[in-house]
Design a protein around this ligand. Structure first.
Ligand SMILES: [Zn+2]
Ligand SMILES: [Zn+2]
Length: 365
């Protein structure tokens, strides 16, 4: 089948919309007609080429997709044609030590993509195209392993559900699954993009009594407030560590989250902690990033930890978070601040860089 897709060919250059060939499903694969895809910062990280992700090219980007099952392989048991599904990059094998010990988000089984020497899922004129983390949602169709998708109720809006596949899953999960947040604790969130706003929402759902949002863009103040932040610090104007101390009566916060992927913000998160506080690093840092801080900045018995994709068990968590949405406890409508079509992808990247959006969602016919 031929489908239009946004192809990454050159670092720091616009993606190009091109026709690509999509293979037939293998026995455990599912062909999904893409209905909507969120535009996540990780795709922009790839285009920017600063080392956070490999630069195999040409590649079809996008990984926050939702759609309708069109065809299934002979051994697929979890979905059927017509089902509504959300894709997640945390595809799991179900049999490696991480999967078996209850941490499928850390799966080492490598089932997400086909082997390198196999026929490619995506190609163009007989030449293989890379598939981004097993999904490639900037395309009219996605061909995925069945363990990279979850079926959702058909009454849920797919343009909102798509966001739960990466940004919302990562952020809400960082607060509710990874951090150890207890009701009544205090929180600071460094960075109010799609993930940071989702951390704020997760902290609100989890019962945090004070949620301090920090961002360099004043435009994020209102978005953070809508997500549940009780305070906002503009880091372009005020030192965020001093501001957090002032807002907490000098104590610092029980939980600080880094949601951008910058060493400077990791350091600020650690320096904002209260005694026995926990810093959770959610952002993806460049591999050679180094974090330095004076020893005196660390309060007694603090912890620093990372969170990978919100410590998700996505087949369980995505329907759960969509239930929160249905109940009005998780705001997805407010997360979609810009809309477009596939060929608006480069404009979506620009808007993200400029701090104008929580999330752009691209929709297909
Ligand atoms: Zn993402
Ligand atoms: Zn596994």
């Amino acid at each position: 089948m031929e489908a239009a897709a946004a192809v990454f060919r050159k670092v720091q250059a616009p993606l190009t919309i091109e026709p690509v060939e999509i293979d037939r499903p293998w026995p455990r694969e599912v062909l999904v007609r893409t209905v909507a895809t969120g535009v996540c910062h990780s795709d922009l990280h790839v285009v920017d080429g600063l080392g956070r992700f490999p630069l195999d090219r040409p590649m079809v980007l996008g990984h926050e997709g939702a759609g309708v099952v069109e065809a299934i392989g002979a051994e697929v048991t979890t979905v059927k044609p017509g089902d509504h599904v959300v894709a997640c990059l945390s595809g799991f094998c179900g049999s490696c030590p991480q999967c078996l010990s209850g941490h499928p988000n850390l799966c080492t089984g490598g089932i997400v993509t086909r082997p390198d020497d196999a026929a490619p899922r995506l190609s163009q004129n007989g030449q293989p195209l890379r598939q981004f983390i097993g999904i490639s949602s900037y395309a009219e169709q996605m061909l995925l392993h069945e363990n990279s998708i979850v079926r959702i109720d058909p009454d849920l809006p797919l343009d909102k559900a798509a966001l739960v596949g990466c940004g919302v899953l990562t952020g809400v999960g960082a607060a509710l699954r990874s951090s150890g947040l207890e009701a009544g604790q205090t929180v600071a969130v460094f960075g109010c993009g799609g993930v940071g706003l989702s951390i704020i929402q997760g902290a609100r759902i989890g019962g945090a009594r004070q949620i301090i949002a920090i961002d360099q863009f004043e435009s994020k103040r209102e978005m953070a407030s809508r997500a549940g932040a009780t305070h906002f610090v503009n880091s372009a104007e005020d030192d965020p560590v001093k501001a957090v101390r002032a807002l907490t009566g000098g104590a610092g916060v029980d939980h600080a989250f880094e949601a951008v992927g910058l060493a400077k913000l990791v350091r600020q998160a650690i320096e904002s902690l209260a005694i026995r506080g926990t810093a959770t690093i959610v952002g993806v840092l460049p591999p050679d990033a180094t974090i330095e801080f004076p020893w005196m900045a660390i309060r007694p018995e603090c912890k620093v930890q990372t969170s990978r994709m919100g410590s998700n068990r996505f087949r369980y968590d995505i329907p759960l978070y969509l239930d929160f949405y249905r109940q009005g406890r998780l705001d997805l409508d407010g997360m979609v601040t810009k809309r477009g079509r596939l060929d608006d992808i480069n404009e979506a990247f620009r808007a993200m860089k400029a701090g104008e959006v929580a999330r752009t969602v691209l929709t297909f016919d």
